[in-house]
Design a protein around this ligand. Sequence first.
Ligand code: MN
Ligand code: MN
Length: 463
Amino acid sequence: MERKNVWNSYDEKQLESLESLAKDYRAFLDAGKTERECVTEAVRLAKAAGCRNLEDVIAAGETLKAGDRVYAVNMKKTLALFTVGRESMENGMRILGAHIDSPRLDLKQNPLYEDTELAFLDTHYYGGIKKYQWVAVPLALHGVVAKKDGTVVEITVGEKEDDPVVCIPDLLVHLAAKQMEKKAGEVIGGDDLNVLVGSHPLKDSGDKELKDAVAAYVMDVLRQQYGMEEEDFLSAEIEVVPAGKARDCGLDRSMVLAYGQDDRVCAYTSLAAFLNTEPQDKTCCCLLVDKEEIGSVGATGMDSAFFENTVAELMNCLGCYSELALRRALKNSKMLSSDVSAAYDPNYDSHFEKKNTAYFGRGMVLNKYTGHRGKVGSSDANAEYVAEIRRIFDERGVAFQTAEMGKVDVGGGGTIAFISAFYGMDVIDSGVALLSMHAPMEIASKADIYEAVKGYEAFLREA
Ligand code: MN
Ligand code: MN
């Protein structure tokens, strides 16, 4: 039951559209290095494709009809998009879901300090990371500072050609004999992830000697560029992410190397497929959520009422809302809950079970279940639903493979699937395989990205 490598099945035209998709994808990754930036960029693309803000529709008291396209944003970090179908909402929707938060370092609320004439920003890491991977690499700052006067200032440092970058220094190897004996998980501790941001003391401005003059210089820069005071860090969300753009990877340019592909590779391909798809019988939906990497909790995670409330609002605008109709719409829906899979890496072969592993170039990945060690925490898709998806992909010529995340007792991970499954809808985990998942730079196959868009479109049209 080995699945074929899909590369040599493409003709010239297909290779052209594969490359142009990869280019658009890289541009999306560069524009969206935080969940807020991803929402902004996705809304820009959605508006260009004719989507309107559902809030405006509600405010104007308008009625929606088949073919209308709307979107709803939750706290600037979660996005739901809909194309109204020709059938009643009660018949269910076709939903593509993915997450747009990625592992990173978040600045603490009191981040700035000076030690021995060096200024640092203290961080608390977000999501599962190998902490030692985040030292001695160029980093950028992305985020917002919300001020007491209600203004919100956007901050991006480290992406433009002439921008400075920041960095977490590592201990030189010459003095690291003891450090090198430590377990990998302990080499760099969570509280060692301090970002170096300055070394130039501010000049004394008169009589009294300036304390922490280097940190003062850094604050002076922030004051001048962003009009912020040190206290404004209290109401800021600033993420420290790898600096630099997404790149083609490999001498054959067959892959993409970039930060944040978990899960923006599924988010972008889902969004692209949604926007490409003309109105169908069923209402189509694309859902991009936050906080998956830390358990989908909170107001902007999948485990909030945002999606359910938004569907209720949509149904109200369609004149078909009732509590029961909403329950039916959710129950009768079908969903591809998309997240990245582990791609087989021959350098770490003992961690994979070869028959049930995803491979680069073999297309979209279906995970009937996720979870780990006895399927704990998994959302297990119904066999009948898996059969339907197989049929659709085969009929539409979508290359796909099935996989588990690593060997049974090795580990595993969760996704948002179980949360939508709560409504009784059909959900299966699907997505794109990555090498170096959760590393500062992750790798995806362009062929798999291309097949993902094909797969999502096939699902929206045929499921
Ligand atoms: Mn993920
Ligand atoms: Mn992840």
